[in-house]
Design a protein around this ligand. Structure first.
Ligand SMILES: [Zn+2]
Length: 97
């Protein structure tokens, strides 16, 4: 008897990395957004307004997303090279903590 009170593990919502396509917990990913002003930026708070895409905290995944244009597709915008370079630099900073 007595299974009715068993605690169900809380489901963690997973997000897909735009680069490698792996599904991970939100906290393991970096959120990149397009603001209403059409700026592309990394959203460290995860709370900014705008269309968002998730990516591993890895420049490797960023490069993959760049090559495959999957980030542009997710954000429905064209991302110039210099923005990708900015994002890469920012990610390096995050990785270093
Ligand atoms: Zn990834």
């Amino acid at each position: 008897m007595g299974e009715k009170n068993s605690v169900r593990p809380r489901k963690v919502p997973l997000r897909q990395c735009t680069g490698c396509g792996e599904r991970k917990e939100k906290k393991e990913l970096v959120r990149i957004i397009k603001t209403p002003e059409d700026q592309i930026m990394i959203d460290l708070t995860g709370k900014k307004n705008g269309r968002g895409a998730y990516i591993c905290n890895s420049t490797e995944c960023l490069r993959q997303a760049r090559r495959r244009k999957s980030l542009e597709r997710s954000l429905k915008t064209v991302i110039p090279d210099e923005i990708y370079e900015e994002l890469e630099k920012e990610m390096d900073n995050i990785a270093e903590g």
